[in-house]
Design a protein around this ligand. Structure first.
Ligand SMILES: C[S@@+](CC[C@H](N)C(=O)[O-])C[C@H]1O[C@@H](n2cnc3c(N)ncnc32)[C@H](O)[C@@H]1O
Length: 204
């Protein structure tokens, strides 16, 4: 059983930790919001998000005009914290549905050709896992499942702490326009680069 803590730090920031490992805080959330903007810019309106976190991607999708946002979040404590106002919460909007489940399970149940985009931000990327069980999320079988759930022209976008040639290669087996967008961020005075890796299904 994972130990999930959402807490207010001494510096006033809200922080999410799982099993003692830092997942995110609400200090620098530009890359989480960019993940949403990336798919909105492609015209996506019906979107699956893997990982609620502190709600910034989901909030940006709703505020940016998405008509349906389905979020799969592993931990009920995270869903409750955002509902109680942590991070970008509460997000009281009928267009948003949050299910407490592994996104891998949710993708398995999705109908084919039903979504405009899938945004995945469940972990730090393929090479820096917080949950070892999430390795499969970056693997060929799961990516193929996501692709099957997308409409023609649909977009798959993944947040990652680093660029990944392997993940780009997996994307390229199914998707066109595979790109990596570098997102410069400053974390506690340090300059870092996060990545949005994405690809698009051809239009029919
Ligand atoms: C980095 S946070 C997401 C941040 C989010 N993009 C935001 O804007 O705040 C990762 C989230 O994914 C959740 N998570 C981890 N593995 C998951 C999985 N396999 N399925 C669904 N959610 C998962 C974690 O509990 C955590 O809430």
């Amino acid at each position: 059983m994972d130990e999930v803590v959402v807490r207010r730090r001494a510096d006033g920031a809200t922080e999410l930790r799982v099993n003692g490992v830092f997942v995110m805080d609400d200090v620098e959330t530009s890359s989480e919001r960019l993940l949403a903007d990336h798919v909105l810019r492609s015209g996506a309106r019906e979107v699956l998000v893997g990982g609620l976190g502190l709600g910034y991607t989901a909030r940006a999708l709703i505020d940016g005009g998405a008509t349906r946002v389905l979020v799969a979040e592993l931990h009920p404590e995270v869903v409750q914290a955002v509902a109680d106002g942590a991070g970008a919460g509460p997000i009281d909007d009928p267009r948003l549905e949050v299910v407490v489940d592994d996104v891998a399970e949710v993708v398995r149940t999705l109908p084919a050709d039903g979504l405009d985009a899938i945004c995945l931000d469940v972990d730090n990327g393929p090479d820096f896992l917080v949950h070892p069980g999430n390795a499969a999320i970056y693997g060929p079988e799961f990516i193929a499942g996501c692709v099957a759930a997308l409409r023609p022209g649909g977009v798959l976008a993944v947040w990652s702490m680093a660029d990944s040639r392997t993940l780009r290669g997996t994307f390229a087996e199914h998707l066109h326009d595979v790109t990596g967008t570098a997102v410069p961020v400053t974390l506690q005075g340090r300059d870092e680069t996060y990545w949005i890796l994405s690809g698009r299904l051809p239009h029919r």
